[in-house]
Design a protein. Structure first.
Length: 82
């Protein structure tokens, strides 16, 4: 959730439209997302920057690996910045 919040805030600072949001009802752990990160995660899922750990889990409190962080930045570059 912290990485989603970072990317979301960066996108907003770059005047990216961050109003589109994914539906979280399929994710069984959506209630674990901190309030400050909720819009961030919904937007990042909709923008295809992040995906859940699987079809039913986001794992918002899990630690992020370096590879996952690099993947998120790459997806931002491909899906948003271009």
């Amino acid at each position: 959730e912290q990485m989603a919040a970072i990317i979301y805030r960066y996108a907003k600072s770059q005047k990216v439209d961050v109003t589109k949001q994914a539906d979280l009802t399929a994710y069984t752990d959506a209630d674990q997302i901190a309030t400050y990160a909720l819009d961030s995660i919904k937007w990042a899922l909709d923008a295809k920057i992040i995906y859940g750990k699987n079809a039913f889990t986001i794992a918002p409190k899990d630690n992020l690996t370096r590879a996952e962080a690099a993947t998120f930045f790459m997806r931002y570059q491909q899906n948003i910045a271009e």
